[in-house]
Design a protein. Sequence first.
Length: 273
Amino acid sequence: MDYNLTRIAPTPSGFLHLGNAYSFLITKALAEKHGAKILLRIDDLDRERYRTEYVEDIFETLDFLEIKIDQGPKNLSEFETEWSQIHRMGKYQHALGKLRATESLFACDCSRKKIQQLDSSGYYLGQCLDRRLSLDKAEVSWRMDTMEADYLKLKEYPDHQKKALIPQDAAFYVVRKRDGLPAYHLTSVLDDLHFGVDLIVRGNDLYSSTLAQLDLSKHLDEPRIGQITFHHHPLIKGPKQEKLSKSAGATSIQFLRKEGKSLQDIKAMLGLE
């Protein structure tokens, strides 16, 4: 089966690491195998952690990995003037209004610390559902009521049809953050539809996000998301089998490049050679 468009969608909140490189290189390999073009979509609405040097690092890393971008910004200037998610804010706000009209939202003023105190799992269990807080209240997030969520159909690469329920770690997912900005699930769904993405490559850690986004697309009355094929790949672990993070400087591509590592060295480290 051939695909039209896949995407690489980093967040400029830190320097990219080996796990990002692994996902990017798998995306490149599948794009080449299936004749798909690659979109660069930089998710930049976490404005507190946004830094221009992190955006520059994205372009430098893609160049180092020899990944050709067919659609999207080619440099920082193009990104900020044409491709930033800020330019699609009207589309996100329209979707939030549409969700509000369905009455499937509820307001929540819980901080991460409070959620951890309420349940040691760290999962949010819908504690604010019955509080009936106003969606117009200051400093509240907007969450989806997933109490009645049904089985979701998922197209898993290469051609598996699956059904699954939203797992506990994605229940009552956020669509608008406490700062009023649209949340990741909403922007990701709308951007993939906006650009016409039909193959999404992401780590196993985002499987729950995939299910949340499939559920969200039903509330937005966007059946096209059901035509997207998803490939969830294993994660690259650190030396102590921990999940890699952007704070782990020794695994950043920038650090490894400065240490003199070549692309072949990186591929060997990732088991791709």
